[in-house]
Design a protein around this ligand. Structure first.
Ligand code: HEC
Ligand code: HEC
Length: 277
């Protein structure tokens, strides 16, 4: 009888052990999740997400904050644009066709010279030509959906009602946005292998013409190697305040490229510029 009890207890313990083991000890193997549905749900974009997308573009790919920032004084601040736009459109100097804030913002981005805010025109143009590049072309090349996202963001931040309609391809732009965001100053990133990529990342072409293309806030760099040597170029990039190019305002070229460039990238830039003759 004693033996039978022992055998029974032993069996129960054994069964219990295996039962418990199988419940807790064996790692659960989940079947692989089904592949993520590639098709984007275009209907699900909300205005809130669209405004966030506009914020990302304004601060990243759009390069807007390079000029529209509180420190440089290079371009008007846009947080009051809802209030100032009606005055701009009513100004006799206004040459555009906009009659709403939305249309004014769109026009400002794609035809900056339709109205040039007093004191901000290209040097010597008597405020008839804007130094702002067309955001839908050239180095910035925002798509229509991206331009609309920026408008939504600017309407929202300046306290106006957001009137833009979310375009059908907005979700695709949102999906692509993180990859396009510019790295914040000094953020770790992989060094670039080409001068084009360095200049694009650091937005040199927003202010300078390089190989004939780009902005006009700074001197044309297309043939700079003919008049400037390597030491000068190195100093111009690392310490823009050391020599200020004649006819150009000081304090506009960002002073912190030394923190953002890898040494190899700096050498590539200097070589490229020195050889541009
Ligand atoms: C290279 C410098 C530069 C960049 C980059 C730039 N802007 Fe401008 N922007 C200016 C200047 C200068 C003005 C003022 C002259 C004028 O009215 O065109 C201006 C004017 C504007 C105005 C009209 C402001 C007003 O008070 O009426 C808007 C709106 C605007 N920019 C939006 C943008 C947006 C959005 C971006 C990014 C997609 C951008 N800008 C990128 C320089 C720049
Ligand atoms: C926000 C506008 C802006 C950006 C961005 C910018 N620069 Fe400049 N840069 C200027 C201005 C304005 C000057 C002229 C005033 C001065 O010398 O500081 C200048 C001057 C220079 C000069 C000296 C030119 C001469 O003839 O003396 C060089 C070289 C130069 N920049 C290279 C670069 C490179 C390379 C980049 C990108 C890594 C860059 N800049 C980005 C505005 C800019």
């Amino acid at each position: 009888m004693k033996v039978l009890i022992k055998v029974t207890v032993f069996s129960l313990l054994t069964i219990g052990f295996f039962a418990g083991f199988s419940n807790f000890g064996i790692p659960e193997i989940n079947p692989a999740p089904p592949p993520i549905e590639e098709k984007l749900d275009l209907g699900s974009m909300t205005m809130e997400r669209f405004i966030v997308l506009g914020d990302k573009i304004f601060n990243g790919k759009g390069t807007c904050t390079l000029c529209h920032n509180a420190v440089g004084g290079r371009a008007p601040m846009l947080d009051t644009v809802a209030a100032t736009a009606p005055e701009r459109m009513a100004d006799p100097r206004y040459k555009g066709d906009a009659d709403t804030l939305e249309a004014y913002l769109y026009e400002s981005m794609v035809k900056p010279s339709a109205y040039v805010v007093a004191g901000f025109g290209k040097t010597g143009s008597n405020d008839t030509e804007s130094p702002m590049p067309d955001a839908s072309a050239g180095g910035i090349s925002l798509s229509d959906a991206e331009l609309k996202a920026v408008i939504a963001y600017l309407q929202d931040t300046s306290g106006a009602d957001v009137t833009v309609e979310i375009p059908s391809d907005a979700a695709a732009e949102e999906a692509a946005a993180p990859a396009q965001e510019a790295a914040p100053a000094g953020a770790p990133r992989a060094p670039h292998a080409s001068v084009d990529a360095i200049m694009a990342q650091l937005a040199c072409v927003a202010c300078h013409k390089v190989a004939g293309q780009g902005g006009e806030i700074g001197p044309d760099l297309s043939g700079i190697g003919a008049s400037r040597d390597r030491d000068y170029l190195r100093r111009a990039i690392l310490e823009p305040a050391a020599d200020v190019a004649e006819g150009y305002p000081p304090g506009i070229m960002p002073p912190n490229y030394g923190d953002q460039l890898y040494a190899t990238e700096l050498e590539m830039l200097i070589n490229y510029l020195a050889e541009s003759k």
